[in-house]
Design a binder for this molecule. Structure first.
Ligand code: NDP
Ligand SMILES: O=C(O)C1=N[C@H](C(=O)O)C[C@H](O)C1
Length: 273
């Protein structure tokens, strides 16, 4: 059953994405901010969430732990850190709450933990919530199918100086989509950065290059290059609001869904294309 107004909780409310998510919830219809959580050592505990985000008072006080507010929301939106998200999903699981996860950088074991929780609660988990990147994933699938085996494939990503994981979750997902389409195992064919006497490029590898500089919000280019021509598929995010709007859309979509692991392709109904 769909929920008329989905009550949203936001963790990491004072983070780059946390603040943008609060603003996105305020701007969206069919959702309301019901809870906000900041780091237990934050000086912002007890502050109004709207004031943290710079959108004026909302009457929601920032708490120092999720347990204090877990019964106040329908869907939690979590763009924090690996350890925080793994803890939060278990709390949502115990309380029967849905969760939208934007955090990136999980290893296979940690992803298995998220998948196990999704047996009991609805989860949207996606390394990039923007419509543009999710469309690019479809374009990459199509491009890989047509020219992937005849081209050298390189994935280049650039992000701000504060980003802690590399390559970005989006770049990894792009690599997975291409490798799956070509029947390759990304773990076997990925090459991360190059240095020294590497020798000629090995056929059927997928290269990853990472740039960390300044305030770059998030750029991704995938290059399919061969003799005489190359195709490049590029996405550039110029505002975090594109990710935040996607996450709020996911929270609304998730309200009333049954338990399971979903991604933005499900939310945007791109699987059928
Ligand atoms: N899927 C997508 O579309 C996108 C995903 N991301 C991902 O979202 C994540 C967050 O990015 P960003 O907002 O830039 O990062 P920030 O560092 O700005 O924000 C993270 C927030 O989580 C809090 N936090 C982290 N760890 C803990 C902890 N152990 N306990 C309590 N609070 C914690 C931080 O609190 P404090 O600062 O006080 O420590 C902070 O408020 C990253 O993994 C990033 O890759 C980012 C953009 C888009
Ligand atoms: O940390 C970020 O900022 C971003 N992280 C995501 C990723 O790792 O792919 C998405 C976006 O590019 C911004």
């Amino acid at each position: 059953m769909e929920i008329a107004v989905v009550k949203v909780g936001i963790v990491g409310a004072n983070g780059r994405m946390g603040k943008t998510l609060i603003e996105a919830v305020v701007q969206a219809e069919g959702v309301e901010l019901a809870a906000a959580v900041v780091h237990p050592e934050s000086s912002l505990i007890g502050a109004d969430a709207g004031e943290i985000a710079g959108v004026g008072k909302l009457g929601v006080t920032a708490q120092d732990n999720l347990a204090a507010v877990v019964n106040d929301f329908d869907v939690l939106i979590d763009f924090t850190s690996i350890e925080m998200t793994l803890d939060n999903i278990e709390q949502c699981r115990a309380a029967g709450k849905s969760i939208v996860i934007g955090t990136t950088g999980f290893n296979d074991e940690q992803k298995a933990q998220l998948n196990a929780a999704a047996n009991d609660i609805p989860v949207v988990f996606a390394p990039n919530m923007s419509v543009g990147v999710n469309l690019c994933l479809k374009l990459l699938e199509m491009t890989a199918r047509v020219i992937g085996d005849d081209t050298d494939i390189e994935i280049i990503e650039a992000h701000h100086r504060h980003k802690v994981d590399a390559p970005s979750g989006t770049a990894v997902r792009m690599g997975e989509v291409i490798a799956d389409t070509l029947g390759r195992d990304l773990k076997e064919c990925a090459v991360y950065g190059r240095e020294g006497q590497e020798g000629p490029r090995k056929k059927d590898t997928i290269g990853f290059e990472t740039i960390r500089a300044g305030d770059i919000v998030g750029d991704h280019t995938v290059m399919f290059a061969t003799d005489g021509e190359r195709v490049e598929i590029t996405h550039k995010a110029s505002s975090r609001m594109t990710f935040a709007k996607g996450a709020v859309r996911a929270a609304k979509w998730l309200g009333g869904k049954s338990a399971g692991m979903y991604d933005m392709q499900d939310v945007l109904d791109l699987n059928a294309i």
